[in-house]
Design a binder for this molecule. Structure first.
Ligand code: ZN
Length: 489
């Protein structure tokens, strides 16, 4: 096995030979979702990207300690430390406790990720469960002189930090540029400079989520949780920090500054970022009506989709692009991906009926070497797929008796295919959820049980039944006097 893995380090903007720092395990931290809405492609891409990295590192024989957080407090509507907390806002609108919102969407996120065969991280810490660690970090930064307190809030002193360290080294920004581009906003007079960011915010009395601290009853700044939780579980420094490119600034830039200010040195050795997702060439946005959730992809229930697409199609399509390239989703592109996926899976089935001889037309050792070269080259999946589809053509020719393979090579072909397609790329054959085979009476019976659950206010069961049926291609609609359903796909 060729273990010569090179990854692109966003900090140095170069491909580097990956060498784990702490030999007992590779520390991998990925920024997870802020749980206030259904998961969409912006969640799927980093999840699939770092799932691929996690799987590949394990395949290479590394033990990986994989941490992905859940943000359930502190993520405000605006990057300028203004606006409402996203989860608290949703809770206020829906008249629920914020933790009910966080729990509901964390479960829904997990369900979607399981559907896409994204492996769960070993540790999934929540910001609200690590307030003490975050407060300790604020104290340390204050002690070291890189933060100041104003009216119960604590802000990071970017100018002071920048005099000794390089603020902007990850995103390539500099402080003059920031000064020119950040406007003084209403209510920000507390900050020395508009580009300073909050480590701790004093909460207004009506703010639902707040904790006592030395400075005020309040809540931690969003950037702080990842600095505190990554080092809490992975030590300092640790190997790889991942996330979407949209997090480079300010989130990850602030993380670097916080860790350096608190501990005298950066926490992260390799930064990896996946590129962004567009739909029909446009950025996703609620106002553009192109904001499609994963559940909508899986059900086809959106005006921009011609049909439903299975979770594996979304995964396959995502992996076909290199993680550092932009990725444009469209119904047409997904239809093509669906066909490609089917071809790939079909070839996997054909291997079992191939007959061997005593000659071969393909050196599987060469093929294997090419597969590893592609993966070792910063997880170059487009190249890997090109080689895989060469192999698919060979398998098809073998099946049609137009190519030869030695007897003893068949198990090797089986294992090569399984290792790269199933284990590393995480692609699997989905159960045939051809719902037309589900008898109507059975669907009716299940929906009666769901109706009873709803009457008993057991909404969790009711939602679970609705979501499971949706995975099977049955779309349930609640009506005034019960329900209606139809078969999609
Ligand atoms: Zn983060």
């Amino acid at each position: 096995m060729n273990k010569d893995l090179h990854i692109h380090n966003s900090l140095k903007r170069t491909k580097e030979q990956f060498e784990p720092y702490n030999p007992p395990y590779v520390g991998l931290y990925v920024c997870g979702p802020t749980v206030y809405g259904e998961a969409h492609l912006g969640h799927a891409r980093p999840a699939v990207t770092f799932d691929l990295l996690f799987r590949y590192l394990k395949h290479l024989g590394y033990k990986v300690r994989y941490v992905r957080n859940i943000t359930d407090v502190g993520h405000l509507e605006s990057d300028a430390d203004e606006g409402e907390d996203k989860i608290a806002k949703k809770a206020r609108l829906e008249k629920l406790e914020p933790m009910e919102i966080a729990e509901h969407y964390a479960r829904s996120y997990h369900r979607n990720m399981d559907q896409m065969n994204v492996l769960r991280p070993g540790i999934e810490p929540r910001a609200s469960g690590h307030i003490i660690e975050q407060q300790q970090m604020v104290k340390k930064i204050l002690e070291n002189g890189y933060a100041y307190e104003r009216n119960g809030s604590v802000y990071f002193d970017v100018e002071k930090y920048n005099r000794e360290h390089n603020y902007g080294k990850l995103s390539g920004r500099n402080i003059e540029e920031l000064r020119a581009n950040t406007r003084e906003l209403e209510g920000q007079q507390e900050k020395k400079n508009p580009f300073d960011f909050a480590l701790w915010k004093k909460a207004a009395p009506e703010h639902i989520m707040q904790w006592p601290s030395d400075w005020s009853s309040g809540f931690p700044g969003w950037h702080l949780e990842c600095s505190a939780m990554s080092t809490r579980y992975l030590g300092h420094p640790f190997d790889i920090h991942g996330g979407g490119m949209d997090l480079v600034f300010p989130h990850h830039e602030c993380e670097i500054a916080q860790s350096t200010a608190a501990k005298g040195q950066e926490s992260v050795r390799y930064w990896m970022h996946n590129n962004m997702v567009t739909i029909n060439g446009q950025k996703m946005g609620k106002s553009l009506h192109n904001f499609i959730t994963l559940n909508q992809f899986f059900s086809g229930d959106h005006e921009l989709l011609n049909k439903a697409f299975s979770p594996m199609t979304i995964r396959f399509f995502t992996l076909q692009a290199h993680y550092r390239s932009p990725l444009d989703f469209s119904s047409e592109a997904l239809e093509a991906a669906e066909k490609g996926l089917e071809k790939l899976l079909k070839a996997g089935e054909l291997i079992d009926r191939i007959k061997g001889g005593d000659q071969t037309d393909l050196d599987l050792g060469d093929v294997e070497e090419k597969f590893y070269q592609a993966m070792n080259d910063d997880l170059n999946t487009p190249i890997l797929f090109a080689h895989l589809f060469d192999l698919v053509r060979y398998i098809n020719s073998l099946d049609q008796g137009q190519a030869r393979i030695r007897h003893e090579d068949i198990p090797r072909l089986r294992s090569l295919y399984d290792t790269f397609v199933y284990d590393i790329l995480g692609i699997r054959r989905e159960s045939k959820s051809d719902s037309s085979q589900l008898p109507g009476e059975l669907i009716e019976m299940i929906l009666q049980i769901r109706l009873e659950a709803k009457k008993n206010k057991d909404f969790e069961t009711a939602d679970k039944i609705r979501d499971r049926l949706r995975e099977l291609g049955v779309i349930v609609k609640d009506t005034k006097d019960g329900y209606d359903w139809e078969v999609k796909r």
